[in-house]
Design a protein around this ligand. Structure first.
Ligand code: HEM
Length: 596
């Protein structure tokens, strides 16, 4: 059966090797330029043959829609297998039922409600960044954008998703981790474009493969430490609480209080309701039971026994008094009741039960807040806790936890960091955009809430335009597992399809004056094909962290614009790019900062 792809245009193919030779010996930035040139030479659908593999590259919006929305062709293509030793088959790389199950477990951890809690961390880290920058500017105005942004995003992913604060004593490990990621990206690209390095046997026995192994050790040791640290904390809380699930009744109320859904008085009332119910059923002794203690998330230990006795006695007395009052008609009057010894005793008893209940609330609140504050005010079942809980329940093993931590630690920081680093270059080059943003920030005031951030339309347009010009993941690929039609051509099982996000975003027919930085493009509700803008991909394998990424970008960009004026080293200059796992500048990029 003839292969439709064999007839599509593309670089010259030799019978056995296909087109692999054209990539040999090229630098990473030369490779990037070559890739960008391909559609100009060969059109919107082209094929590169690598040995026996047909790799279809698509640039047409309609084709991109078909590929990305296909519900069963969700398997990632060959290059992803080269990063499997690092990320395992975590969410980015896995497929089939494993991917489905994991996606289901992890989706709630990036729910909008959870993001709202993360905004505090975004803000705090943005303030730390501006403080750091102000200090730094006393020596020099020239700032390495990638360096500051990758620190910023790494702090954030660790603090929000992992529940771990990276402080000064971890800076050596952090540096090693970041350096290893950069090297892994370069090595993987070298391997991809050098056909004999595809063989594991050859690759791992050459210096480049040995270096790769060394890098893996470094990234894994960093991630393992994060897991270990959080696991220790998680288990210490879980064990203290007798292995119960963490969001006990009282925690839920305290959480609601933190979120402003209920006030402290409400917490007290709810807490007392339980007492009241217990009373009503005459189950006074319930206060002594495991269940009540579990619900409240506290342990009544020996040093509380006096208070506990007092509480139980008070409850007994209250029961007796209420019955007496009920059956003695003149005691129904508050005026009489509270002025008689029985009423005074009642008041005393109330004080005792209230003080007991209040202490329970206070104690748990202290513990709850110490955890919540340590974790930067985030909600408690963040990403890593949820995984650890799933591990406790036997839904995932520790290796699975590792895969996801490695995946999210990388995807969750490096992508956003590069977008921000490029974004600062673009902003620096346009005073006009900075001023317009500054005005919008002034209208809202410092520390905008999530809904205020969402209302900042110009900020939204700026973030979109940054990701149009510099989509952190410039291309993505699939291995076809089920034949499908791309309009008139049949794409068969075993082929690979590559979607070029970067190139689509710069097509002049879709974006007039495509290389210009014009956030205004996204202000008018002009009808644009939805698949002409896909920085986060689309369809079933879209980015799980897109809201997280955009919100984080908005917070830090507005904080920077509020505090600094940026200017370029060379007006109008745009960095050369290179192939890597994410879009990277070929050289370090600098921007000048001036305090406002
Ligand atoms: C500006 C920042 C970001 C961009 C441009 C971006 C882009 C993308 C793209 C294009 C994909 C599809 C990849 C593919 O098909 O191979 C993807 C997937 C993914 N992203 Fe992001 N991403 C960003 C930030 C984040 C963040 C902050 C997180 C985590 C907190 C994250 C986690 C993931 C994961 C886990 C996947 C795989 C999802 C799946 O296959 O089910 N990303 N991202």
């Amino acid at each position: 059966e003839p292969n439709d792809l064999a007839h599509l245009p593309g670089p010259p193919r030799t019978p056995i090797f296909g087109s692999v030779f054209m990539f040999l010996g090229k630098s990473h930035s030369e490779l990037f330029k070559m890739l960008v040139e391909l559609p100009k030479k060969y059109g919107n659908r082209l094929v590169i043959k690598a040995m026996h593999r047909y790799i279809l590259h698509v640039y047409k919006v309609e084709d991109i829609e078909i590929v990305l929305t296909h519900s069963r062709n969700i398997k990632k293509n060959k290059p992803y297998t080269f990063i499997e030793p690092w990320l395992g088959t975590g969410l980015l790389i896995s497929n089939g039922s494993k991917w489905q199950k994991r996606r289901k477990i992890l989706t709630p951890t990036f729910h909008f409600d959870i993001l709202k809690g993360f905004v505090k961390v975004f803000e705090e880290q943005s303030r730390n960044l501006t403080t750091m920058l102000r200090k730094k500017l006393q020596e020099s105005n020239v700032v390495d954008t990638m360096a500051i942004m990758s620190d910023f995003t790494l702090y954030i992913i660790c603090e929000t998703a992992m529940g771990i604060r990276l402080n000064a004593d971890k800076s050596a490990e952090k540096m090693m981790y970041k350096k290893a990621i950069m090297e892994i990206g370069q090595i993987v690209m070298k391997r991809l474009t050098t056909v004999w390095l595809h063989s594991d046997l050859i690759f791992y026995n050459m210096p480049i493969g040995k270096k790769f192994t060394k890098c893996l050790e470094n990234v894994h040791s960093f991630a393992d430490n994060v897991i270990l640290e959080r696991k220790k904390k998680y288990e210490s809380v879980a064990n203290e609480d007798g292995g119960r699930r963490r969001l006990a009744f009282l925690d839920l109320l305290l959480e609601a209080e933190r979120n402003g859904e209920i006030d402290l008085e409400g917490v007290r009332e709810e807490g007392h309701d339980t007492t009241a119910t217990a009373l009503a059923f005459g189950l006074v002794l319930l206060a002594d039971s495991e269940e009540v203690q579990t619900a409240m998330g506290i342990r009544l230990n020996a040093d509380k026994s006096a208070e506990k006795m007092m509480y139980k006695k008070a409850i007994m007395d209250i029961g007796q008094i209420v019955m007496k009052r009920l059956t003695t008609v003149w005691l129904h009057s508050d005026l009489i009741f509270y002025n008689m010894p029985i009423g005074k005793k009642f008041t005393k008893c109330l004080e005792n039960v209230h003080s007991f209940a209040d202490n329970v609330i206070l104690e748990r609140k202290k513990k709850y807040e110490s955890v919540a504050n340590e974790d930067g005010g985030r909600r408690r079942l963040a990403f890593l806790d949820l995984l650890l809980e799933a591990e406790r329940n036997g839904e995932i093993d520790l290796e699975g936890v590792r895969e996801e931590v490695n995946t999210f630690m990388f995807e969750g920081h490096d992508t956003t960091a590069t977008a921000l680093a490029f974004g600062l270059v673009l902003l620096a080059d346009s005073e006009e955009v900075q001023e317009r943003l500054f005005e919008e920030c002034q209208r809202v005031g410092p520390e905008p809430s999530v809904s205020e951030l969402n209302d900042m339309k110009y900020l939204e347009a700026v973030v979109k335009e940054i990701l149009r010009l510099y989509p952190s993941v410039p291309f993505i690929g699939r291995e076809i597992t089920e034949d499908f039609m791309l309009d008139d051509i049949k794409v068969k099982k075993g082929c690979e399809v590559v979607v070029h996000i970067y190139d689509v975003h710069r097509r002049p027919d879709l974006y007039p004056d495509p290389v210009a930085f014009k956030p205004e493009r996204f202000l008018d509700e002009e009808k644009r094909h939805p698949y002409s803008y896909v920085p986060f991909s689309a369809g079933p394998r879209n980015c799980i962290g897109q809201k997280f990424a955009k919100l984080q970008m908005k917070v830090v960009i507005s904080e920077i614009v509020r505090n600094f004026k940026l200017s370029p080293l060379v007006a109008g200059a745009r960095p050369d790019l290179k192939v890597d796992l994410v879009l990277r500048p070929a050289e370090t990029i600098y921007v000048k900062f001036y305090p406002r």
